[in-house]
Design a protein around this ligand. Sequence first.
Ligand code: HEM
Ligand code: HEM
Length: 319
Amino acid sequence: MRNLLKFFRIFMLVLFVAGASLSFGANPSVPQKDGKQYAEVISGNNALIAPSDRANPKIYGGPEVEAIKTWGIDSPNSYGFGEIFTLLQGHYFSVIFGILIVLVPLAFLGHFMVIGQKKFNHGKKIRVFSSYNIFVHWCAAIPFVALCLTGLVMVFGDKLGGGGFVRFARDVHGIATIVFAIFGVLMFLMWFKSALPRAYDIDWLMIMGGYLSKEKKPIPAGKFNAGQKMWFWVCTLGGFAMVISGAFMFFQFSDINTLRMMALAHNFIGFLIVALLITHIYMAVFAIEGALHSIIDGHMGEEEIAILHSYYYKEINAA
Ligand code: HEM
Ligand code: HEM
């Protein structure tokens, strides 16, 4: 009952925050030009306004943006991260994201075909996740997946035809950020102790978690193995870094060079997040038969724990 009340309170908070941001997003007073929204216009940074009168005089206006599009190495008028940002943003980021979303799934397809699924006896089951764990996992995971999908829509925005669809993805990206920011913190608090590094994690890494062999030998891992721990830190701390760099891009409350740094960080951490999310889904859905059930009904087969989480199994038996 107390858990139910807790869930209800969190839900009401999320509904309130999402409602408030939706009404903000639909604000008809946001200036539009040729169907596009101009951040410079919104914050008084229109190029028609003299730099000294702009809300943020260090952010460029329309004509400067046109000139920047031709920047390369050693461009005139550029300073700070101007050139490197223009080069990476204009030519490389979308290519790297494209390579990642093709190559990572292909590598796992190869693993699935060569090594195949690990199968365990589904006889006796042990409860490993509480209802609260499951609830928080999905409330953080759903907006997080939405962030990655809508982020990719923005990255490939021009190839997808731009316009309303990409602007909609951008709005969803913003709203999903608020939901993730709340549940990401709850996820961090609930699992960080189990994700602290231990000496046996090195052994796990040395044998690549046993995923390259078909043998069923006990693997050195606690409640979470080293790979899962890595995912935990990337999706929580990396996720918070994405919230912060995203907030800089949304509110534009810094000078242009800091903005570029934030956009660069958003993309670099984005690579890691997209690659590891695909890995996480592969491990949960395909690599181990029935593994997904643990995060749906909280139970895991005893044999799977004894083999894949051997130190955790010893802990449970000792308790
Ligand atoms: C469709 C997407 C997803 C599926 C099917 C899925 C499934 C699972 C499963 C089965 C587990 C339990 C693993 C085990 O202990 O054996 C788990 C754990 C976990 N999930 Fe997800 N998950 C998904 C998306 C996400 C997302 C987007 C996040 C990030 C916010 C996330 C964060 C975690 C974390 C931190 C853990 C605990 C550590 C770990 O097992 O890696 N999951 N998930
Ligand atoms: C935890 C994950 C993430 C969070 C919290 C997050 C948050 C944000 C926020 C708050 C913004 C500013 C939104 C706006 O200007 O309207 C933003 C912008 C952006 N994000 Fe993310 N993001 C995440 C993941 C990603 C990923 C994985 C990608 C790429 C695949 C991505 C690509 C982008 C792009 C391209 C923009 C620029 C949009 C613009 O020009 O306004 N994001 N992000």
